[in-house]
Design a protein around this ligand. Sequence first.
Ligand SMILES: Nc1ncnc2c1ncn2[C@@H]1O[C@H](COP(=O)(O)OP(=O)(O)OP(=O)(O)O)[C@@H](O)[C@H]1O
Ligand SMILES: [Mg+2]
Length: 938
Amino acid sequence: MEHLGRFPGEHGNSQGRIINVDEMAPGDWNFDAIIPDGRIRAVLKRRGITRLQPIQEAAIRHGLFFRKSMLVFSPSGSGKTLIGELAAITSVFQRYGKVAYLVPLKALATEKYKQFVKYWSPLGIKVELSIGDYDMPVRDLLNADIIVITYEKMDSMLRSHLDHIQGSFGVMIIDEIHIMGEESRGPRLESLIIRTSRMLGDVQVIGLSATVANPVQLNDWLTELGHDSTLLISTKRPVPLQYTIVKSNKDLVTISTIIKEILQEGGQCLVFTRSRKRAEHLAKQLSRFSSHLSNRVLHNKRVQLAFKIKRNQKLSDLPPLIFRGVAFHHAGLSTGERDVVEYGFRHRIIHAICCTTTLSAGINLPARAVVLQDFKRYTTFVDNVDDESKFHQVIPGSRVYFKPLPRNTFHQIMGRAGRAGHDTMGSCYIIARSSAEEKWIREYYFKDARRFKAKRKDGRCTGKKGDPSTGYSHEEPFVAIMKGETGGCLESKPGEGEQGDASTGIPVATTIGTLTINGENGILDEKGGLTSMMPRYDPMESMLRERDVLMEQLLLSTNEQDGVSKDDINKFFKQTFFNFLLEDKHTPIDALLGIKKVTSRDFIKYVSAGIDAYLARHPSARVEIAKVSTGMISGTIYPLQHTSFDCIISKGSGIQCTCGNHKHVNGLDGTCQHVQLLVKHILDTRPSLEPTLDVLLQASLGQDCYLDYLLARDLVTRKAGGRYTCSKFGRLVTSLYIYPRTAVMIREHLLEVAAGGDKPESEQVLQLLGIIRAIFKDGGRDRDGALFLGAWCWIEEEPMDVVLDPSAAAMTLPAGLDPGKKPLYPGDFANFRKELLRWIHILGRMASFLHVDFLGDACMILETRVKYGIRHDIMPLVLHIKGVGRIRGRMLYRAGYRSVDDVRQANPAVMHERTGIPQQICEQVIAAASHWQQEDAG
Ligand SMILES: Nc1ncnc2c1ncn2[C@@H]1O[C@H](COP(=O)(O)OP(=O)(O)OP(=O)(O)O)[C@@H](O)[C@H]1O
Ligand SMILES: [Mg+2]
């Protein structure tokens, strides 16, 4: 054991083994000794892998092949996938059991799946991919040796098919395990880890992660769950990264110049922007200069690539850019467009991609450089700031605040540069718009950074001379030299390091500092030039605290054969990382988790850290209680002399604050700090009001006891002996993978529609769409109003181009469907269609559970319409006759061919005459109809 103890910056007594790989003495094992299986060695050698990275070697030396669980934290691009791959193959060869390789994204799952198939299928290993949206064919999956699966699919497999999978897995690899700390997907991953630990038996767990600030805590938690996990940490990156913070108030010019340089050197570049619009705009600008860096062969490849998109997506803006070797990439693109762009970049046909965070995690692309155009997620006014710890003032004293990219996301983005096997050095450029921003970036995202007076080796200052036309210079690399032991002053003098834009008099761009991460932490370069700077990471938190998530987990925990007692439920929640992190604070976990009713004292305990931080920022804050009655309490908070916020906690209308954030109130977690301060103030100064406050808080937070909620709505039933069990409805809800509150809402809507009786088909379809829309609205998804237009197109057989192209004639829309103002993209529609189909499926299952058969039928009709973009009447033609789609189907139907039989018996010449379809195609269609009938008969 090389290193036992605490990772710098962490607290608490660690219970697991910790290996600091950077401090490990190099092993004397050669490649053949460390990978004893010749079959595995041969595959690796064929891939050009003849040496292992230190982190990989460390994993093997600490029991990777002997079923030891481990958590691997190392920088992006350090080769974590291979660790998972080796554990997986060994598990199959050694017959330890099946392998679940869990990944967060479908795109990543596909990448890993292809890799497994390419390299390991020839050895007879069976690999399956599971990324579909609902019901999965478990039998197929269980025939596989390795299943590459998204977190959500694994979760639903565990919920619905536990009997089949129990005991069959030997290893579970969780890639990007740090996602457990993310708000949207973290809680379900956390619960999945707890439940797999309990249900799957003796499984080796391998967690792979980018760096976070508290890896020891996560490892200790896994150890507490019974995994005897070893933590492997490394900060070294096989390909060093060089960071440059560029100060510029002309982003476009500066970024163009940086990219030009990279492309001229034969490198490729990813530019990260904060919005789709920016990504597209920037790509268009960059395409102006990039085309001359082409030759005939490259040009032909680009034409082919652009044509691939053009064929399927007439309205795409991408083809003209691809001709010039540039592209954009964001969630609005269709899957086809995304695939083409990624393929083009991987095969060096496209040299620069401007993207949003869609390309920020895990995907392996050959980028030598990464440019981050904006480290701010968005800016807003102080009035909209709900949690001051997450916002920063644009300039001290300003009312404008910004939310930065989280540190871990920032470094994930940086980590896209310089991937092993592609480049030997990665460059990262971060654009700052002022010296203040530059300083902020340096201090927020990095640690141990010291800037030194910029000097040439001959002693003169060398801040780069800015070129006023481009805003950026191509001179020799910036050199920072340490001056004396203490480092000396930091700033390059104005005028020496910067040259102004002649027209505005404002300095346009300066390279502020170039800092290298090479694992030689804080040590000067041999040439006496560069100083090291380490990334600063955020600790991973548990997100298991939001109302819907908690209620879902509570319901899941009652899904045991003999039911559970309150104690059992408590035990489950005591196992969470959420509780693991809370324990020091003596927070009443059962109140927090809604197992018992929350009191105002529980509430204050839970939010105390936030209140302390708020008071530290506003030491002169004052609170005044305004009105007190049994139905409401109100008061005013004065954080500053001339700023005030009025808060009301009322039985009837819930919580309101003039800061506006009462809109987000969601269980304990969503209250603004003004309301929290008011509650604390009342408890401190008017303790006699505590009982009134308790009642008001419980009513206004909607913080009923969650168990009571589930019982009252028949999701959970009470059994003898104080036990609780999931009802039939509850089990349906867990298998559908929806939140209990959403299920209750759907049930109410369906029963209401059912009470109205059977209606014409078109009305029913609209009613179902209305329910889905209400679900989306409840989830606060504002883009979806416009997307429902898409649904209308599918239902009414309108071509989709009408919605995508604003210049096309407007459709006649039913009342309540509003086109909206936000631009829509094909990818939005594709994602929405999948979502819509998922919800139609859920509605159908619920309708059949409630025995409302006619609504079940309406769901099937709606599903067909959305899936195929056709009305019900032409369904047989489109579904059964090859070559007949929406348009031909309608032409045939109008001409009187209403069934497959009608088509089969048709005369091609007559069909041509009646429909206008070319006779040759009529012949093909008739043949296809006959073919289907034969198949059917056979
Ligand atoms: N031992 C090795 N020798 C040569 N190349 C390697 C070795 N191990 C991994 N690589 C290559 O390094 C690149 C990055 O590896 P990988 O994608 O596994 O990184 P990662 O640590 O998972 O990064 P991220 O955190 O970004 O997901 C891949 O192209 C991979 O093929
Ligand atoms: Mg990875």
